[in-house]
Design a protein around this ligand. Structure first.
Ligand code: NAD
Length: 414
């Protein structure tokens, strides 16, 4: 078992202890339920052959079929995939969704793939994990480096193998193929709802300055919603650099640069800085929305923010928690902050099972209700346990997992 997962699991078990939960759930959640590793042959357009590593982990199906994204990234690993599957288990429990937690990863740089290579790789990956995936077993969604196109390919390829349409084996599909228009923006929208609900708890009652790391599907939407609500986005980074403007960045200019295939730091009217600079930018709210493991103990000393909102999964490493407490920098944790995506994925899955279309307004209302009510529950738990937001979120999730285990008996763990 890798270090990443052990450290994250300790956060859960410590929070359960603090909440007075003594449960066999701790034993049951010690290791992933099932992990499949595959080597996938990729035929490049130039005729060459490459073998690509991939993993799919179903960490726990205690609360329902496993749910979680698939990441295409050059440095993803078995340990990272297990960590993310663990986080999904805890997140779905916190959000009171009928899902367990899973995650997948392919060790590939998605920018190196032509559209045809991407399709071949995604179809081969679906074949490799055919026994794992299933609308009632394990339901992938987009994550870093994947989006609606990859989900459409998985749905098509999986359905081919079943001899019947099974589009709800994935969520995050293009709307014309059974997706929901609100899914792409759901993570950013949900993060902003969590921020608004907990603004007072983190001492940010007025819109202030934001520094954002990551301008992909989560970060880009969040920036737009926050700017519309009066926040000033002073820094935005992508993998190529940071765009900075003390008076506030013009998001249209950033979008234009991205559409033209450039980095945000190439946009008009910005001061270009190194990608790493974003984390040390002076701001009220730092929003990591790219990779995990960005803020360690050393980085905590260099932060110049008043609060952190985690859109990325695991951007603050567990060993930095104490240093953040000492510096009194509150964190709205990933479990809650980025859960909008899985909430809307749940709605898409329900739509797929029932074939009853959900309207945009209904999706928006349900997302707002669930994000607000679970953020309030976390705030109340902080009061009960006298702890930080992350501990409260883990405690609520841990209590639900323990209750599920108690209610169903060991037979439910299959
Ligand atoms: P994405 O691939 O759409 O975008 C990732 C962004 O991060 C890109 O702008 C990329 O350039 C940037 N980036 C990569 N390396 C960087 C670096 N070293 N410095 C600065 N920027 C860098 O990915 P996404 O779907 O937005 O996911 C981002 C994070 O949010 C991940 O941690 C993911 O697990 C998490 N998340 C995403 C969703 C979702 O619905 N998309 C849901 C929950 C959590």
């Amino acid at each position: 078992m890798g270090e990443l997962v052990s450290a994250a699991r300790k956060r859960l078990f410590d929070a359960m202890k603090k909440a007075g939960v003594d449960s066999e759930a701790c034993e049951v959640l010690k290791y992933p339920q099932e992990t499949v590793a595959a080597s996938i042959p990729l035929r490049r357009d130039d005729g060459s052959l490459e073998l690509v590593k991939a993993w799919r982990c179903r960490y726990s199906a205690l609360l329902g079929p496993t749910k979680g994204g698939i990441r295409y990234h050059p440095t993803t690993s078995a340990d990272e995939v297990a960590l993310l599957a663990f986080l999904m288990t805890v997140k779905c429990a916190l959000m009171e969704l009928p899902f367990g937690g899973g995650k997948g990863g392919i060790q590939i740089d998605p920018s190196s793939l032509s559209p045809h290579e991407n399709e071949r790789l995604t179809r081969s990956m679906t074949g490799a994990f055919r026994q794992v995936f299933g609308p009632d077993r394990d339901i992938p969604a987009p994550d870093m480096g994947t989006g609606p196109t990859e989900m459409a390919i998985i749905a098509d390829s999986f359905s081919d193998g079943e001899g019947a349409r099974r589009a709800h084996v994935v969520t995050g599909k293009p709307p014309v193929l059974g997706g929901l228009t609100g899914r792409t923006g759901a993570t950013g929208d949900g993060a902003f709802i969590a921020l608004e609900t907990l603004a007072e708890a983190v001492g940010l009652t007025e819109p202030g300055r934001i520094a954002l790391q990551g301008y992909g599907s989560g970060g880009r939407r969040f920036a737009r919603v926050a700017a519309d609500a009066g926040w000033t986005i002073v820094a935005v980074a992508d993998s190529r650099g940071t765009a900075f403007n003390a008076d506030g960045l013009d998001l249209d200019a950033l979008d234009e640069a991205k559409e033209a295939g450039e980095g945000v730091a190439d946009a008009k009217g910005v001061e270009a800085q190194e990608a790493e600079a974003v984390l040390e930018t002076g701001c009220d709210l730092l929003v990591p929305a790219a990779l995990g493991g960005q803020i360690d103990e050393d980085m905590v000393g260099r932060l110049d923010c008043r609060a952190i909102l985690e859109i990325a999964n695991g951007p603050v490493v567990p060993s930095a928690d104490q240093a953040l407490r000492e510096r009194e920098i509150p964190v709205i944790p990933d479990l809650l902050a980025n859960a909008g995506g899985v909430v809307v994925s749940w709605l898409e899955w329900v739509q797929g099972r029932t074939e009853m279309p959900l309207g945009e307004e209904e999706v928006r209302d349900r997302l707002t209700d669930r994000m607000t009510s679970r953020a309030k529950a976390v705030r109340e738990e902080v009061g009960k346990l006298d702890c930080d937001l992350r501990t409260a979120a883990y405690a609520l999730a841990g209590k639900r997992l323990a209750e599920a285990l108690r209610a169903s008996g060991a037979a439910a763990y299959r």
